[in-house]
Design a binder for this molecule. Structure first.
Ligand code: IVH
Length: 676
């Protein structure tokens, strides 16, 4: 319907909804102080989306509905930065920072000045242009002069305002710069899911943020937990004079600004700040790699100017990386569930950032070749946050004579079969689908907490059962009860532990279809994708007869995933296994669908803390998951609810601090009741 006949009332209502949603996004994502429930928020959003569907001509570029991601782009256009995005020169010790201070004092003569100290976020720098208070263009730093235009991707980041609150006159057209990053916990969770789905894992939160911003499908970007911190604003209309004041201005415009910036009167205070954050960096939910020191007065910044690509008014004061040198004893190979063969560095144990590291990843053959890493070398090992340690360099001076370059063996260390590297891929694969490492990996994945959740079926037990010939595929688990007597006589087992295991296997038959589908270990099918598929194909038979095109049409499932599903289901061996699972009585149809659609937990993330009097934690978790929710282990701003039992832990404090909604046992039970 055209807007004329839609009438001004509808346009007005839409404007009101946009303003309300904008306000609530800001309260939730920037201030972490939400004032309405998720249900109310969803209701407002639904009303807006409905109106936008019937009145497409009334859709505005600042609509909060655009956060979910628009259409994919083929290539990002290159855009020029009006003012180059400079980089900072790095210093690593007090002496160099004092040199910097001396230079500044010398250049400013006798003028008094102040520094602003900030955290140096380990993320990706971006520029945001606002026109008439609306986000008009977002771009990467690129080479500092030109970057990629990634507006659609940046719009999906909830803490970036699509329209700012213009509280200062003239502050409608301006540029903001800042850092996009991913919190460690979000990164860890995302990587865990990728691992389970057999996808390539990211090396650290920064790579993961950078990789995400480069994606061509904004819908996938929208599903990734990116955050933003603003640290710079430039206006051609309004005269700005102090960087510290600018940070406050950014806050009033609605941008997330770190609360840890500090004005410092002397270089001594700057060094204090650096020391403080070197110690406290682990307390932050995201990685920082140092602090940034800036002269506060913009006039003085201008006077100091820049040399080459770095300003003379600012410097990065970095922390010593969490790395150490040690000797690489040998390179071994590790075989994963889908047959990926990864080289691993076996190291002389070395203490880094609080733990002893004796193994580290070497990524792949090309990485080893590129760095020319050889067994016997003295290597640099790096550890960042929760990330798997990696070998990041070699000390060539300490290379012993007679060392030889590493060459990839051509057989699998687990089964002796040939390993091969497909064209265009970095990884090697073991060609033997019956390779014990793969067999065990598949069963472990099947039994894993997030999949069939079979208690007592961890790595060691799987090893034992496979080695003793009791199971070869996960379908064999459901035949184990026939061999009860033989199992009881196994080493370290007894009647009680065998019965417990058999009961856990039996109990797993109640897991919903989406979990079974995930547990099957189809490449690229993680828990989330499995739920999407089950949402469209309610039974295994529907899925078995679906074409690749039909599968591809599910939102969030691309051709790569669809092809992988089709290939898996077309394999005769897999078909047989599916029939065996069916005969064993597993759920191969979605029965909870109707309940789940009215569920208060559908698509929500919950965290449990303290003891519940009416049920165990495991039961609570299962109930939430059966209602379409996800239970996470720690609280972040992505948490929707924290269920608080008796004697809650620090998660409760964190929830209060972040303004996450809490449910006591009574609230929780009454929500559960609502849908049962
Ligand atoms: S100011 C000339 N402030 O560090 C001003 N940068 O090497 C440069 N960064 O590309 C930007 N935290 O990605 C600034 N608080 C902060 C920062 C920060 C991280 C990054 C940014 C930039 C790089 C400079």
């Amino acid at each position: 319907m055209p807007s004329k006949s839609a009438g001004p009332a509808i346009a007005k209502r839409m404007e009101k909804l946009r303003a309300q949603l904008r306000e609530h996004d800001h309260r939730y994502y920037v201030l972490a102080e939400p004032t309405i429930s998720d249900e109310e928020y969803d209701r407002l959003m639904r009303e807006l989306v409905d109106l936008e569907t019937t009145h497409p001509d009334l859709v505005t570029p600042d609509s909060p509905s655009h956060r979910v991601g628009g259409l994919p782009t083929k290539e990002f256009p290159t855009v020029a930065h009006a003012v180059p995005m400079l980089s900072l020169s790095n210093t690593y010790n007090e002496g160099e920072v004092r040199d910097f201070d001396r230079r500044v004092r010398m250049l400013l003569g006798k003028e008094p000045f102040r520094y602003v100290c900030e955290l140096k976020f380990d993320g990706v720098a971006v520029s945001l242009l606002y026109r008439e208070s609306v986000l008009a263009r977002g771009a990467t730093r690129g080479d500092g002069v030109r970057g990629d235009e990634i507006t659609q991707n940046l719009k999906t980041i909830r803490s970036i305002p699509l329209r700012t609150f213009s509280k200062k006159k003239g502050m409608e057209d301006f540029e903001v710069r800042g850092e996009v990053l991913m919190e460690r916990e979000d990164f860890r969770r995302m990587n865990e899911e990728r691992d389970l789905a057999g996808e390539k894992m990211f090396i650290n939160p920064r790579n993961s943020a950078a990789g995400t911003l480069k994606l061509q499908d904004p819908k996938i970007v929208a599903s990734r937990p990116l955050k933003f911190f603003a640290y710079y604003i430039r206006s051609e209309m309004v005269e700005l004079s102090s960087h510290y004041e600018n940070l406050k201005l950014l806050r009033t415009l609605g941008f997330p600004v770190s609360e840890h910036a500090r004005l410092c009167g002397s270089i001594g205070d700057v060094i204090e700040y650096w020391k403080e954050w070197e110690e406290r960096r682990e307390d932050l939910p995201y990685d920082i790699d140092g602090v940034v020191v800036k002269v506060d007065s913009l006039r003085q910044q201008d006077r100091l100017g820049a040399i080459a690509k770095s300003p003379r008014w600012a410097i990065a004061f970095k922390f010593a990386a969490r790395q150490a040198t040690t000797v690489l004893r040998e390179v071994t190979l590790q075989v994963g569930r889908v047959g990926t063969v990864t080289p691993v560095a076996e190291l002389e144990p070395v203490f880094i950032g609080g733990t002893t590291v004796s193994r580290a990843t070497l990524h792949n053959e090309d990485y080893i070749k590129e760095l020319d890493i050889r067994p016997g070398d003295t290597v640099v090992v790096e550890k960042g946050g929760d990330v798997i340690p990696k070998v990041s360099g070699v000390n060539l001076q300490r290379r012993t004579s007679g060392s030889a370059p590493f060459s990839m063996p051509n057989v699998c260390p687990e089964c002796g079969s040939r390993i091969f590297r497909p064209e265009g891929e970095a990884n090697y694969y073991c060609e033997n689908g019956d390779c014990p490492a793969q067999v065990k990996g598949r069963i472990q994945h099947f039994a894993h907490r997030g999949a069939m959740d079979i208690e007592g079926l961890g790595e060691a037990v799987v090893d034992q059962l496979v080695n003793a010939g009791f199971v070869r595929t996960y379908t064999d688990l459901y035949e184990l009860h026939k061999k009860r007597e033989q199992l009881v006589s196994l080493e370290r087992w007894g009647a009680k532990s065998v019965d417990n295991l058999l009961a856990a296997v039996e109990g797993s038959k109640q897991r919903p279809f989406s979990r079974v589908l995930f547990a099957m270990g189809i490449r690229h099918v993680g828990a989330g994708v499995a739920q999407l598929i089950v949402g469209r194909f309610h039974t295994i038979d529907e899925l078995l007869t679906a074409s690749q095109q039909e599968i591809e049409q599910i939102q969030g499932v691309g051709p790569r995933i669809a092809e992988s599903i089709r290939r898996f289901l077309d394999d005769q061996h897999n078909r047989k296994n599916i029939e065996r699972l069916r005969n064993a009585g597993l759920r191969l149809r979605e029965e909870q669908k109707r309940v789940a659609s009215g569920s208060p937990f559908l698509g929500k993330t919950l965290v449990l803390t303290g003891t519940l009097s009416s049920m165990s934690r495991e039961d609570a978790k299962r109930k939430i998951e059966d209602l379409g929710g996800h239970v996470a282990s720690s609280v972040s701003s992505n948490t929707d609810f924290v269920v608080v039992g008796e004697e809650p832990g620090s998660k409760y404090d964190k929830a209060k601090k972040l303004g996450v909604r809490t449910l006591d046992e009574k609230d929780f039970l009454s929500l559960l009741k609502k849908v049962s």
